[in-house]
Design a protein. Structure first.
Length: 218
């Protein structure tokens, strides 16, 4: 009985799978040991590919970092879009939505972002590479916020403030998780307080009352 010949995958498929592995490995190493310590040699070893293969697709380290961060932000934007849609559809409360956002901004996403921002502060090349990627992510958040929060025209005018206050709070809390070993209850209290504030800011505006005709004299 003849053995079936192994199925050969098209070159484009093999290339796509390899680049996905390179991107995933880059993000893993950036999260585990920081961007400065993440070398193309280490990525090649972990991903099981040659350094030449990495350089073929990403000639400079900043090209690879930019592609990896772009992939991360796209993925996280989709997660935020999903939970926001659940909130808009009545399947998730505002409390749960804020909890989900805090989970995202206190973990892998925030830690990697904080690390590359620290490097970009004094590195013009990295800042120029990642600036458009970061801007695209922020615009995606704005669109998500506008789309899934059913707000009046008046509230939409301050949507950027509402969103950025939420994200700034969570980023600040994320920094505290690194610098200060606080009890988790401390962060739960901060989140609970912000939920009250946010709920008031996003409270629907009731339609204007119609004036009743004055009763006619008989």
């Amino acid at each position: 009985m003849k053995q079936a010949k192994p199925v050969r995958r098209p070159q484009a498929e093999r290339t796509e799978q390899m680049t996905e592995k390179i991107i995933a490995t880059t993000l893993d190493l950036m999260y585990e040991q920081g961007m400065a310590a993440t070398s193309t040699e280490a990525i090649a070893r972990r991903a099981g590919v040659s350094r030449g293969a990495i350089l073929h697709h990403y000639p400079q380290k900043f090209d690879l970092v930019t592609a990896a961060v772009d992939h991360l932000l796209e993925s996280e934007a989709q997660k935020i879009r999903t939970v926001s849609a659940a909130f808009a559809g009545g399947d998730m409360t505002l409390d749960t939505l804020v909890d989900e956002l805090w989970r995202m901004f206190s973990g892998r996403l925030f830690m990697i972002t904080m690390d590359y921002l620290a490097v970009a502060r004094t590195n013009d090349d990295l800042r120029q590479h990642l600036g458009p990627v970061s801007l695209k992510f922020n615009r995606a958040l704005d669109d998500i916020w506008r789309t899934f929060f059913q707000l009046s025209d008046k509230q939409i005018g301050r949507i950027d403030i509402t969103l950025n206050l939420t994200l700034c709070l969570m980023r600040g809390m994320g920094v505290q998780t690194v610098l200060q070993h606080r009890d988790p209850e401390y962060f739960r209290e901060l989140i609970a307080s912000w939920k009250v504030v946010l709920g008031g800011m996003l409270k629907p505006v009731p339609p204007p009352k119609t004036r009743r005709d004055a009763p006619r004299s008989t």
